[in-house]
Write a protein that binds this ligand. Structure first.
Ligand code: ADP
Ligand code: MG
Length: 395
C-alpha cells in the first residue's frame, strides 16, 4: 500500500526528522495566516498523487502550464495554483498516459537548496536484507542516474536492524561526502528511517531529494513510502492512511472480498485458486501466444460465492474476450466451483466464452455439471487443452 507525500511527512515529523512545515490546502482556509510565518516568503505547491516525477509532469489538457510541484513567491499565486491543480489529471512518467486526478494539494514552505541527494531503503529479496541505496545525484529519478552515472550510486546492506553500528553509518555518510555535523544528522536520519521501516513493515521508503539547505542542515524534501499489504492488519495507524481513490477500483473490490486481483493488459481473464497456479496459468496463456487480462487468486478457501464475485470482477474489464477457469481441487471441491460458475453465468448473463479446467477433488462431478448445463462453457481435458481453447476463443 502506498501513502501520499504529506502523510509520509507526518510520519517523519512524528519521529522528529526535519521536513518543511506544510498543510493540506482547503479553499475555505485563510491561507495567509498559515503562510505568513515563512521568512523566505516562498512556498511550494505540491499535487498529492501516488506517483513520482510530479515536478517534471504536466496536467492533461494543459501541456504548457507547468508541473505538479511549483515554487511560488506570492500568496495569490499559491492560492491560484492550488485551485488550478485540484481536480485536474496530472501525467508523470509513472502515471501512464491518462494521468491521475489530483484530489489533494499540499502547500509547504520553500527550503533553500545547496545540494540534492537521493536515499532509499528497500528489501532485497535475493538476500533477505534491507538495502540502502544512496546517491549524490538527487532530485532526478534514480533509474536515470543508474543509466547516466552508475558510479554515483552505492548500495549498503544492513545485517542486523537491532544493532546498527555507528561506524557503519559514518562510513555511509563519508560516501556521500558529508562531514562534521552533517554526518551526525545523516546517521540520525538513517537510524530513524530504519526503525520506521521495521516498526511499520514498510516495503520501501524513498527520500528524493534529501537536501542540504543554506544553513548546512539536512532536510527531507520529498518522501514516498510503501507498506506490506500483508502486514497492515498489525499496523492500524498505517491502514488509516489508505486512500481508496488511488487504488484500482477492481483491485479494491477484490480485496474487500479477500481475493487477490491484479489487472493486466491482455484479453484472457483468469480465475484460479492459489497464487502459484495463477502464475502457471498466466505463463501457459503466454506460451500459446496470448496475454492474460488479470491475475486472480480466489484463495485457498474459495467457494461458490467467491467464484461468482470473481466473474463479476473479470467481466467488468472490457478487454476480456474469454475466461479461463483453472481450479485444483484440494480442500475445495470442483463441483462446488462448477455450481458457482453456472449460477454466475446465468445471473450475470455472461456471454463471454468460458473454458474450465478441473483437476483433483470432485473434478469429474464438476465437469459433468458443466457439460450438462447447456451453457456456453467448455470443460477442457487438460491445462494445455484449456489454455489453447481460451486463446482460440479470444481471437
Ligand atoms: P517529485 O519527485 O514527484 O517530482 P518532489 O517533492 O521531489 O516531487 O519535488 C520536485 C522538486 O521540487 C524537488 O526535487 C525539489 O528540487 C523541489 N522541491 C520540492 N519541495 C520543495 C521545497 N519544500 N522547497 C524547495 N524546493 C522543493
Ligand atoms: Mg521527488
Amino acid at each position: 500500500m502506498n501513502i501520499h507525500e504529506f502523510q509520509a511527512k507526518q510520519l517523519l515529523l512524528s519521529i522528529n526528522l526535519p521536513v518543511p512545515k506544510g498543510f493540506i490546502y482547503n479553499k475555505n482556509h485563510n491561507i495567509e495566516s498559515l503562510l505568513i510565518s515563512n521568512k523566505e516568503k516562498k512556498w511550494v505547491v505540491k499535487s498529492q498523487i501516488h506517483a513520482g516525477g510530479r515536478g517534471a509532469g504536466h496536467f492533461l489538457g494543459f501541456e504548457k502550464s507547468g508541473g505538479g510541484v511549483r515554487l511560488l513567491d506570492n500568496l495569490e499565486d499559491v492560492k491560484k495554483t492550488a485551485d488550478f491543480m485540484l481536480g485536474k489529471k496530472l501525467i508523470t512518467k509513472q502515471t501512464g498516459p491518462l494521468g491521475k486526478e489530483v484530489n489533494l494539494v499540499y502547500i509547504e514552505e520553500s527550503t533553500s537548496i545547496k545540494k540534492e541527494y537521493y536515499i532509499s531503503l528497500i528489501i532485497d529479496r535475493r538476500v533477505s536484507k534491507i538495502m540502502l541505496i544512496a546517491s549524490q545525484s538527487g532530485g532526478m529519478e534514480i533509474e536515470e542516474v543508474a543509466l547516466r552515472e552508475p558510479n554515483k550510486i552505492f548500495n549498503f546492506y544492513f545485517d542486523n536492524l537491532d544493532e546498527i553500528k555507528k561506524n557503519e553509518l559514518e562510513k555511509l555518510s563519508q560516501n556521500l561526502f558529508f562531514t562534521g555535523n552533517q554526518t551526525v544528522q545523516f546517521s540520525n536520519i538513517i537510524e530513524k528511517l530504519l526503525k520506521l521501516f521495521k516498526d511499520f513493515d514498510a516495503s520501501s521508503i524513498e527520500i528524493n531529494p534529501l537536501v542540504i539547505d543554506n544553513n548546512n542542515n539536512l532536510i527531507l524534501l520529498d518522501a514516498k513510502m510503501s507498506f506490506d499489504d500483508n502486514a497492515l492488519y498489525r499496523n492500524p495507524d498505517i491502514l488509516k492512511l489508505k486512500d481508496d481513490s488511488e487504488e484500482d477500483p477492481l483491485e479494491l473490490q477484490a480485496s474487500k472480498k479477500q481475493m487477490n486481483y491484479i489487472k493486466l493488459d491482455g484479453s484472457i481473464g483468469c480465475m484460479v485458486n492459489g497464487a502459484g497456479l495463477a502464475m502457471a496459468t498466466m505463463d501457459i496463456i503466454k506460451f500459446f501466444g496470448s496475454e492474460p487480462a488479470n491475475f486472480l487468486d480466489l484463495g485457498g478457501t474459495a467457494n461458490k460465492e467467491r467464484a461468482k464475485e470473481g466473474f463479476k470482477i473479470i467481466q467488468s474489464d472490457p478487454k476480456v474476450r474469454s475466461i479461463l477457469v483453472n481450479i485444483f481441487g484440494g480442500i475445495i471441491h470442483c463441483d462446488m466451483i462448477a455450481e458457482g460458475i453456472i449460477d454466475a453465468t446465468k445471473e450475470l448473463n455472461l456471454k463471454l466464452p468460458i473454458i474450465v479446467r478441473f483437476q483433483g477433488t470432485k473434478a469429474k462431478e464438476g465437469k459433468d455439471m458443466i457439460n450438462n448445463s447447456n451453457l456456453n462453457i467448455i470443460a477442457a481435458e487438460s491445462l494445455n487443452d484449456a489454455a489453447k481453447k481460451s486463446v482460440e476463443a479470444s481471437l
